[in-house]
Structure formats: structure tokens, C-alpha cells
Design a protein around this ligand. Structure first.
Ligand SMILES: *[C@@H]1O[C@H](CO)[C@@H](O)[C@H](O)[C@H]1NC(C)=O
Ligand SMILES: *[C@@H]1O[C@H](CO)[C@@H](O)[C@H](O)[C@H]1NC(C)=O
Ligand SMILES: *[C@@H]1O[C@H](CO)[C@@H](O)[C@H](O)[C@H]1NC(C)=O
Ligand SMILES: *[C@@H]1O[C@H](CO)[C@@H](O)[C@H](O)[C@H]1NC(C)=O
Ligand SMILES: *[C@@H]1O[C@H](CO)[C@@H](O)[C@H](O)[C@H]1NC(C)=O
Ligand SMILES: *[C@@H]1O[C@H](CO)[C@@H](O)[C@H](O)[C@H]1NC(C)=O
Ligand SMILES: *[C@@H]1O[C@H](CO)[C@@H](O)[C@H](O)[C@H]1NC(C)=O
Ligand SMILES: *[C@@H]1O[C@H](CO)[C@@H](O)[C@H](O)[C@H]1NC(C)=O
Ligand SMILES: *[C@@H]1O[C@H](CO)[C@@H](O)[C@H](O)[C@H]1NC(C)=O
Ligand SMILES: *[C@@H]1O[C@H](CO)[C@@H](O)[C@H](O)[C@H]1NC(C)=O
Ligand SMILES: *[C@@H]1O[C@H](CO)[C@@H](O)[C@H](O)[C@H]1NC(C)=O
Ligand SMILES: [Cu+2]
Length: 632
């Protein structure tokens, strides 16, 4: 009797879920739209159906999404990634071009067709084609959870942060990835936006609890967010419910989400400021005219607001932001068992022989393969477990199904980087503090590490501190090809990515993981094969035609010679290109930076230059040997 009741209850809930699951069919045409987000300059942004910003998409847990993306450009490819979706069983819907699909060529339509699995909360969607997120192709994606939401609130509100350039990425990328920018200085945004504008007004009512879903949809900088006389109670990060934690200051990297409760005052007498501020440590130069603090308005009283706007509300210090490392998942998911497999990756930025500054994991800068890595995995048969078939310049790591995997990330660079793992969330089990620019970087030491939390923080995007490290742990329970990369648009363009090839044989055997006809069609339109290794060869171990990175700087060059060479070029075009690009930066400063980055001494004697000594300017402080280890 009892078991029959339980059976009926389970059956009923199953049926109600089935009945409740909806299919959302959207058709969107991507293309340029005239806009003026910061109120300072007209430019074109990438919108959907002639409208920008892009719509917030809302679904319920278990729903199916059928999003037809029409490439409405006449001169460029596009793609779409739903950030944070596990795509469990539908890896081919993940979006990154040349990883899980061919780029969608002009005029073609691609159907993103998947169900949202066991996930709820605040997500976003954006193009995974170079530069397009920064050009505006980004929107918020919400998976609602009405019945099970763990906290009470009255009303839900979206809030996005982003960074904005007056030039589009067609103008910025060639200047950034250029030998005239040898230090890899990132372009400086013109403004930092809140809700894709400046001076945003948020009309509130007294005595209410708002659920604010905050998403940094920007391409580059982290932002601080704070309010005058109001507090944030964090309840969710990247789709993971957490134990409440109240703070007056948030720090949000690009791609991260914070869902918070904000309780309003009990009177409507006053209006207040809400401030967003760029993390200035991420900017190479700070032009005088750049507005670092954005003032926005929390408006209770319209009449008063018409008469006077709240003044900027400044803090004495912005060091005391909520450290997400200490947030505890409400699920109380325990620290996963010790890793079966550990991937150790060292981050470095450096120049190659063409003078361009690239980003490296273990000395390899990610170079796209000739066919999408997923297609290699599906067509390679038993060889799919052999890393070689994915090419030597894609930084691919093959994972065994259900292994516990640690990613140990040592950041030898002096910048902060927010890293994102596709297809999973991860436990952040250790993050070391920043190491000062003047000291040596610290690397993770497996025999001498901090005590790991019992219930580690979980999310899909986390930052590593300068010259420091972090350790991420997850279970390889989602067969597919998953990118792990820096979410700064610029650094991804510089190649800061690895590819996880998770249980490729299981992938081959799942019906739902096979390529749709639509995939084959867009590949064929773009002249890309749908079978073969990274070199597009059906002889899977023959990589002779694969794409590879530029050569290292030639030996026999003197270090001074390299700087001199770079500078004879930079000086020649500086007036034309570099000044407008760097804004404030003067030549001396650039030269010092290059010297520092290339680790050479500008005060060397002239005659040393003659004897042709020195050459290996490639930094050699990264850990030698195999970058991955298997325990048993
Ligand atoms: C967007 O435009 C396409 C055609 O370009 C149209 O089929 C579709 O209905 C439009 N979608 C919306 C939401 O208006
Ligand atoms: C925001 O205010 C500044 C002046 O404080 C003004 O220059 C700018 O145009 C405004 N932007 C928008 C989008 O209203
Ligand atoms: C679109 O993608 C294809 C395949 O990767 C590539 O050959 C082509 O150059 C791309 N087109 C543009 C305009 O970037
Ligand atoms: C989306 O995928 C489901 C499951 O494979 C399939 O039944 C459905 O027909 C697909 N939708 C379209 C429009 O192809
Ligand atoms: C931000 O913009 C969205 C979409 O227009 C709007 O619904 C929301 O209320 C705005 N949020 C704030 C805090 O102003
Ligand atoms: C807010 O709630 C308090 C206490 O319940 C009440 O005294 C006050 O009148 C309310 N304020 C408004 C504007 O409704
Ligand atoms: C911007 O805000 C920060 C933090 O409140 C403050 O230290 C700084 O002085 C402000 N800058 C300006 C120009 O108001
Ligand atoms: C809240 O965050 C602080 C660090 O900012 C941490 O020390 C504390 O343990 C957290 N509390 C909970 C309940 O998450
Ligand atoms: C790692 O820690 C152990 C134990 O403290 C120490 O003996 C060893 O030298 C450390 N390794 C490195 C590379 O620092
Ligand atoms: C994927 O689905 C399988 C069961 O079908 C489940 O065991 C696994 O935990 C899921 N993985 C993720 C990341 O959702
Ligand atoms: C990177 O290159 C340097 C110098 O060429 C070498 O010493 C180091 O071992 C390499 N690191 C890895 C992880 O391959
Ligand atoms: Cu980065």
C-alpha cells in the first residue's frame, strides 16, 4: 500500500513535469543596429531583428529551446553559446566555433535545439565568434524555479554590467593582435555600462524585497557594484544557490552572475545612488577622461528625482568586497574525492616571431583546428582517445568518463583572469592570494597546500589572482568537447584556451550526440569537412597539415635587437596608429613595458649587441615536464 502511494506520487510528479515542459521556439536574425549606449557616440552594435540590447530569454526547468539563429550579416560568420548550460547529451549545441560546430556563414540559419536539464538560475547567451560579444551580441537567459526557489522575494529585476568601446572589434582586434602592440596592451573601453547604458534609473517601491539578477555580460573588465545605504544578500552564483551572505560590495568578473536580495527602505522620502566601478588594475593605462565610477539611481520618489539627482556615493576602500571563495552551496555538496586525473596549466603572455603578443597555456597558444574538435571525436573511432588526433596546437586533454578531475592553474602573468569551463560547474577548492608584481609568481604545490573546504564554493567562472594559482575540481560526467578558457575577449583572441575531450567513446555511442543535417549544411557552405583529425585528414595520426602557431622568435637575435626592431616599427607608425590606440601612453613608457615583458635590460652596453649573444627571450619559469598526471 505504502509503496503504491509512493509510486503514485513519483509518477504524478513525473507526469506533471512532462506536462509542464514547454518548447520555446525563437527565430532571431543577427545583424548591425545603430545605437548609442553611453550617450556619447553613435556606433553600430550587434542586435537581433534590428533591435539592441538583446531580449532576456526566460524558460522553466526542463523546457526545450529551439532557437533559430539567422546570420543576417553579409561579411562574417556567427555562432551562439548559452553560457553555463551543461548541454548534457547535446554537446553539438554548445556553440563555440571550430570546437563543437562550424561557424554559421552569412545568410545561413542554425538551429540551437536542447533542453535545459537539472539547472536553474541566472545565465546568459553570447556569440562565440571573435569580437562579437563585445560588439553587443549578448543577452540574459533565465531558468525560473518558481516552486522551489529557496528564498522569499516580491519582485525580480535584471541588472547587467558591461564595458563599451566607441570602435567595433573589426577596428580593435587587428590593432590589438599586432606587432605594433608588442606588450599585448588591451584596448581601453570608453565607458562602463549598467543595464547597457549609463546613469541608469531603477524605480523601486518601499517595503519590498527585490531579487536582483546581476550578470556581467562585458568582454573585458571586472566591475565593483555598491549602493548607498542598501545591502546585497547573495543567494545564487552562476546558477548555484548559496547560503545567504550579506555584503555592501560585490566584485563581478565578466561572465559571472550574482543573484541577490535587496530590501528597500520603509519610506519613499529619499533617492539613493547605485555605483558601478571598473577594476582599474585590469587597465594598462587610465586616460584622464575615463569615468571610473558610474553613478546610477535608485529612485523611490519621482518628484524629488526631477528636482535633484543623488550625488555619487563613494567608499573609503574597495578592498572589502565579498570573497566568493567562502560562499557555501545550499546543496551542501561535499568536496569531491581526490582527483583521478590532474591537469596542470601555466598561463603566460609572450611574443612570437611575428612580434604579436599571444597568451599561452604550457607554451601553447590555442590555434583553431581545420575541423571542429567534436567532429574529430565523432569520426575517429577508437583513436578518439588519442590526444594526437585533436592536433598539437589545440591544447586538448582527453578525460575518462566519471573521473574526478583537478585543473591546477598557475598564473605566471601579472594580470587577473576569469576562467570559464563549458559543460560543467566546478568546485573551487583553493585560490591563493595575489603576488606583487615585484616578486616571483607562486605555483601550486601538491604536497604543501591549504586545507580544502568541506563544502567548496561551486560556479562556472572564477578568477585567478596575479602571479598566483587556483585549483578547480569537477567530475567528468558529461561526455563532450568542452572549452576551458579565459573569458576576457582579448585573451581568448590571444589563444588562452584548452579543450577537454570528455569520454569521447561514450559520445560516439549516444544517439542524441550525433550531428544534425543542419551542422553538415553550414560546414559545407563554409568549406569545412565533417570528418577527420585536426588537420582534416582521414589518416587520423597524420597531423602534417594541421594549423600551428607562429614560430618562436628566431635565435641569433639579440634581445636589444628585438626591442630595437619593434621600436623602429612602432616609432614609424606611432603617429598613425598607436597614439589613437593607447590614448595617453607615451613612447618611453611603451619601451619600458616591452623591455620588462621581454625580460631584457635596456641599459646593456652597445658592444654586447654586436656579439650576437642572448636569444632565448621566451620566459622559462614554467614547470617542466608532463602537464597531466593520472593517479591510478
Ligand atoms: C525575427 O526576424 C525573423 C526573420 O528575419 C522572423 O522570422 C522572426 O519572427 C522575428 N522574430 C521576432 C521575435 O520578432
Ligand atoms: C550620462 O551622464 C553623462 C554626464 O554625467 C552624459 O555625458 C551621458 O550622455 C549620459 N548618458 C546617457 C546614456 O544618458
Ligand atoms: C568563416 O568560417 C570559415 C570556416 O572556419 C572560414 O574559412 C572563413 O574565413 C570565415 N569567414 C570570415 C569572414 O571570417
Ligand atoms: C529538436 O530535438 C528534438 C530531440 O532530438 C527533436 O525531437 C526535434 O524534432 C528537434 N526540433 C527540430 C525543429 O528539429
Ligand atoms: C534593466 O533593464 C531591464 C530590461 O530592460 C529592466 O527590466 C530592469 O528593470 C532594469 N534594471 C534596473 C536595475 O534598472
Ligand atoms: C512600510 O512598512 C512599515 C512597517 O510595516 C509601515 O509602518 C510603513 O508605513 C510602510 N511604508 C510604506 C511606504 O508603505
Ligand atoms: C571612485 O570611487 C572610488 C571608491 O569609492 C573612490 O576611491 C574614488 O575616489 C572615486 N573616484 C572619483 C573620481 O570620484
Ligand atoms: C560570508 O562571506 C564571508 C567572507 O566574505 C565568510 O567569511 C563567511 O563565512 C560567509 N558566510 C556564509 C554563511 O556564507
Ligand atoms: C612543496 O612542498 C614540500 C613540502 O613543504 C617541499 O618540500 C617542496 O620543496 C615544495 N616544492 C616546491 C617546488 O616548492
Ligand atoms: C549528465 O547526465 C548524466 C545522466 O544522464 C548524469 O549522471 C550526469 O551527472 C550529468 N552531468 C551533468 C554535468 O549534468
Ligand atoms: C615552456 O618552455 C620553456 C622554455 O622553452 C620550458 O623550459 C618549459 O619546460 C616549457 N613548459 C612546458 C609546460 O612545456
Ligand atoms: Cu585573461
Amino acid at each position: 500500500m505504502k509503496s503504491a502511494v509512493i509510486f503514485l506520487a513519483v509518477f504524478a510528479s513525473f507526469v506533471s513535469q512532462l506536462l509542464a515542459a514547454e518548447t520555446h521556439t525563437w527565430w532571431f536574425e543577427a545583424g548591425w543596429v545603430d545605437a548609442n549606449p553611453d550617450g556619447m557616440m553613435d556606433r553600430k552594435m550587434i542586435g537581433f531583428n534590428n533591435s539592441w540590447p538583446l531580449p532576456t530569454l526566460r524558460v522553466n526547468k526542463g523546457d526545450r529551446i529551439q532557437l533559430y539563429l539567422i546570420n543576417g550579416f553579409d561579411d562574417r560568420n556567427t555562432s551562439l553559446h548559452f553560457h553555463g548550460m551543461f548541454q548534457n547529451g547535446t554537446n553539438q549545441m554548445d556553440g563555440p566555433e571550430m570546437v563543437t560546430q562550424c561557424p554559421i556563414p552569412p545568410g545561413e540559419t542554425f538551429l540551437y535545439n536542447f533542453t535545459v536539464g537539472d539547472q536553474v538560475g541566472t545565465y546568459w547567451y553570447h556569440s562565440h565568434t571573435m569580437g562579437q560579444t563585445g560588439d553587443g551580441m549578448r543577452g540574459v537567459f533565465i531558468i525560473e524555479d518558481h516552486d522551489n526557489f529557496p528564498y522569499d522575494y516580491d519582485e525580480e529585476v535584471i541588472l547587467t554590467l558591461s564595458d563599451h568601446y566607441h570602435q567595433d572589434s573589426d577596428a580593435l582586434i587587428p590593432k590589438f593582435l599586432s606587432r605594433f602592440n608588442p606588450t599585448g596592451a588591451e584596448p581601453i573601453p570608453a565607458n562602463f555600462l549598467l543595464n547597457e547604458t549609463r546613469n541608469n534609473t531603477w524605480n523601486v517601491e518601499p517595503n519590498k524585497t527585490y531579487l536582483l539578477r546581476i550578470v556581467n555580460t562585458g568582454g573585458f573588465v571586472s566591475q565593483y557594484l555598491w549602493m548607498q545605504d542598501h545591502e546585497f544578500t547573495v543567494v545564487e552564483i552562476d546558477g548555484i544557490y548559496v547560503e545567504q551572505n550579506t555584503t555592501n560590495l560585490l566584485y563581478i568578473t565578466v561572465a559571472q552572475r550574482y543573484t541577490v536580495l535587496v530590501t528597500t527602505k520603509d519610506t519613499a522620502d529619499e533617492n539613493y545612488a547605485m555605483m558601478n566601478r571598473v577594476d582599474i588594475d585590469m587597465l594598462d593605462v587610465i586616460p584622464d577622461e575615463l569615468e571610473l565610477n558610474g553613478t546610477n539611481y535608485i529612485v523611490y520618489n519621482q518628484d524629488k528625482f526631477q528636482q535633484e539627482k543623488p550625488q555619487p556615493y563613494l567608499l573609503d576602500s574597495i578592498d572589502d568586497f565579498l570573497d566568493d571563495f567562502y560562499l557555501k552551496p545550499l546543496s551542501k555538496e561535499k568536496l569531491l574525492d581526490d582527483a583521478d586525473y590532474t591537469i596542470t596549466i601555466d598561463v603566460q603572455m609572450d611574443n612570437l616571431g611575428n612580434g604579436v603578443n599571444y597568451a599561452f597555456f604550457n607554451n601553447v597558444t590555442y590555434v583553431k583546428p581545420k575541423i571542429p574538435t567534436l567532429f574529430t571525436a565523432l569520426s575517429a573511432g577508437r583513436l578518439a582517445t588519442n590526444e594526437l588526433v585533436y592536433g598539437t596546437n589545440t591544447n586538448s586533454f582527453v578525460l575518462q568518463g566519471d573521473d574526478v578531475v583537478d585543473i591546477v592553474l598557475n598564473n605566471l602573468d601579472t594580470g587577473k583572469h576569469p576562467f570559464h569551463l563549458h559543460g560543467h560547474t566546478f568546485q573551487l577548492i583553493e585560490r591563493h592570494e595575489a603576488i606583487d608584481d615585484n616578486d616571483d609568481p607562486v605555483a601550486f604545490n601538491a604536497t604543501d597546500h591549504a586545507e580544502w573546504p568541506e563544502y567548496p564554493m561551486i560556479r562556472d567562472t572564477a578568477y585567478v589572482q596575479p602571479q598566483s594559482y587556483m585549483v578547480m575540481r569537477f567530475k567528468a560526467d558529461n561526455p563532450g568537447i568542452w572549452m576551458f578558457h579565459c573569458h576576457l575577449e582579448w585573451h581568448l583572441d590571444q589563444g588562452l584556451a584548452i579543450i577537454l575531450v570528455e569520454d569521447p567513446l561514450a559520445l560516439q555511442n549516444e544517439e542524441s550526440q550525433q550531428l544534425t543535417e543542419n551542422h553538415k549544411q553550414i560546414c559545407s557552405k563554409n568549406g569545412v569537412q565533417v570528418e577527420g583529425n585536426a588537420a582534416a585528414s582521414m589518416d587520423f595520426l597524420d597531423l602534417s597539415a594541421q594549423n600551428v602557431q607562429e614560430k618562436r622568435l628566431p635565435t641569433g637575435f639579440t634581445a636589444r635587437g628585438i626591442v630595437a626592431l619593434v621600436f623602429s616599427c612602432v616609432a614609424g607608425v606611432l603617429g598613425l596608429v598607436a597614439i589613437s590606440f593607447y590614448g595617453m601612453q607615451d613612447i618611453d613608457d611603451v619601451e619600458e613595458r616591452v623591455a620588462r615583458d621581454l625580460d631584457v635590460d635596456l641599459d646593456e652596453d652597445d658592444d654586447e649587441e654586436e656579439d650576437g649573444a642572448v636569444a632565448e627571450i621566451v620566459a622559462s619559469n614554467s614547470s617542466a615536464g608532463d602537464s597531466s598526471t593520472r593517479k591510478h
